[in-house]
Design a protein around this ligand. Structure first.
Ligand code: URA
Length: 198
């Protein structure tokens, strides 16, 4: 994947608050996903969350509603947050690598991911979470530039711009491969422990 290191992708021209950033993103036409989207899915949650989840990109339900992770995968993610981590979903922040739905739920192209990444990086800077959870291979690769398979890197506690990054399986993958839920559960226990540590 041809990706610039995260540090070189900062975008100083973007606003430092979520409301103004959302306004800019909602009219974005930097890539062709703008042509087919119904709604931009900016992200949602506690603007001061200590825990942030980063998915790949909106699916059909998210495109319809303008909200992240509200389809089947989203229901599983909500269960992981509320039943295992035991925190209300509204207390975390949820965003994606790309803010517009890739047609037929395909993986975002490098051009799409690259043009959208500054928005996510700004969201991370503003929310300032202690822990970021990369959901799945695409999220992990675009955040870090590292191509290590998610099955090898999941469950690791990685330094990330003064924060902690924990990659884990994407909930859609867990729906297709329920036997992997065991490992995802272990990752959630690690995240829970890290949240309690000061
Ligand atoms: N999958 C994602 O990666 N993000 C969403 O918002 C929904 C499904």
């Amino acid at each position: 994947m041809d990706q610039l290191p995260l540090e070189t992708q900062e975008s100083p021209s973007l606003p430092d608050n979520l409301e103004s950033l959302k306004e800019i993103v909602s009219t974005c036409h930097l890539c062709d996903l703008a042509k087919s989207r119904k709604n931009v899915v900016f992200g949602e949650g506690d603007p001061q969350a200590r825990l942030m989840f980063v998915g790949e990109g909106p699916g059909a339900t998210e495109d319809e509603t303008g909200r992240p992770f509200v389809g089947r995968a989203g229901q599983l993610l909500t269960k992981m947050i509320e039943s295992v981590l035991q925190i209300p979903r509204s207390k975390v922040y949820i965003a994606n690598i790309v803010k517009c739905r890739p047609p037929n739920n395909r993986v975002p192209t490098p051009q799409e991911a690259e043009s959208c990444l500054p928005y996510l990086l700004k969201q991370i800077e503003i929310v300032d979470p202690k822990i970021i959870v990369a959901l799945g291979a695409t999220s992990y690769r675009w955040l870090t530039g590292d191509k290590t398979p998610i099955s090898r890197i999941r469950g690791h506690k990685l330094p990330f711009k003064g924060r902690i990054l924990v990659p884990t399986f994407h909930p859609s993958y867990l729906l297709r491969n329920p036997s992997k839920k065991r490992e995802a559960y272990q990752d959630l226990l690690l995240i829970k422990e890290l949240l309690w540590e000061e």
